[in-house]
Design a protein around this ligand. Sequence first.
Ligand code: SAM
Ligand code: SF4
Ligand code: F3S
Length: 467
Amino acid sequence: MKYVRHEITPEELSRQAELMERVAELSAARETPPLALVDTYGCQQNEADSEKLRGMLRKMGYAMTQSEAEADVIVINTCAVREHAEQRVLGNVGALTHTKKAKPSQIICLCGCMMQEPGMAERIKNSYPHVRMVFGPHVLWRFPEYLLRLLTGGKRVFATEESDGVIAEGLPSERDSRIKAWLPIMYGCNNFCSYCIVPYVRGRERSRTPEDVLREARELVEMGYKDITLLGQNVNSYGKDLENGVDFSGLIERINDIPGEFLIRFMTSHPKDAGEKLFSTMARCEKCARHIHLPFQSGSDRVLEAMNRRYTREGYLELVRLARKYMPDVVLTSDVIVGFPGETEEEFEDTLSLVREVRFDALFTFIFSPRVGTPAARMPDPFTREEKQRRFDRLIEAQNAISEEKHRSYIGRTLRVLADGEDGDMLTARTSGGRLVRFPGGRELLGQFCDVEITSSNTWALGGTLR
Ligand code: SAM
Ligand code: SF4
Ligand code: F3S
């Protein structure tokens, strides 16, 4: 596979910065600052992109709102991974005809992965005339230019050119949290799992340089962030397109060397590229969270092959053994797809038995959703939706029992957790393994590591008291 990097030049980025200032002048000329709403669907990568959109909007003089009726600009950052996510987006966009009617100057924008699907921009153009701007993930950095064009009377914008994918450094970002931060280390995907649309809409794998990643990590630590999640569709292939020899384990080590008390998380790891080097690095680096999200997708070798996952059931189980050898207390979570085309009852049983054998702490379960343009969407699929739903329910039941038992085993232990939010009069926190903990405590503890004794549990969370 040929790797293609297309870094946006500093000249192009400074042109966008100038355009941001032009928009900011228009905003400043108004009596009150204009309002913007950014709505996000999909994965953490989209969350990180939305933080950049908000950062750019803020620089352009916008204040944020949660009200669709009040917003001058609405940006919907979409996801294409399953049909359900797409239908929700289209339903919500349809409903915005009312806000647009009540406020004709409102600028409605659609961006993200769904916009990069073939034919989607055309569909929006024809069926959703109230949408003024459509752009794909590759041109997110040009948002100021598109907004200025519309604010100065320009025509509707449709910017979804095909691209292997770009890297745009130095965009402003308005982060959602002051405690936890997303840190994208690479973009795109080369794996072409046969069911998945991500490589088509997000382009080829490309890594940010270790210098850029480390600069951002240091800034985050200096700003007081305590929980940094390195993002990529397959973080284990970080650096393969760079020539400086830093791989993912090397990157973790360098971030671990940054002074300060903080946690390093990452997602997602592809089992075909995870191994001893990663696990031993994690075990050695004290800031690395004791958690691996390692999607297995299916427990059947035939299905795994049809999915183009490039590992076997036994290979996956061996990886789990290895991870636990290096980190006996590691929390393991995973993704699984039920009802892949042609998956038989026996093949589903293989998935169920893998879940029972590994005993994941938590599982993200999905029913196969055919995505146009992917090989799996063209495979014969004789099983009914009801059959798939029945299997799905069985899988959830099995996993819930395991999660509940695993959580119960925490009772009596004292864990170091990071307090990161409030839930009524309780604080919420995460363990190093990412488990949710609720405990009574004051707001002054937010953003701090606390020792909490676990006193109760259920399928999804732990309860405790401060020690
Ligand atoms: N890159 C990550 C990996 O390979 O582990 C996953 C990224 S994907 C956004 C998150 C999850 O969505 C996948 O692990 C898979 O379980 C699920 N998924 C992807 N395409 C799907 C489809 N067509 N139908 C159902 N689930 C799907
Ligand atoms: Fe999709 Fe597979 Fe890439 Fe994950 S690794 S984003 S599932 S193609
Ligand atoms: Fe969805 Fe795009 Fe993420 S398709 S899951 S938002 S990479």
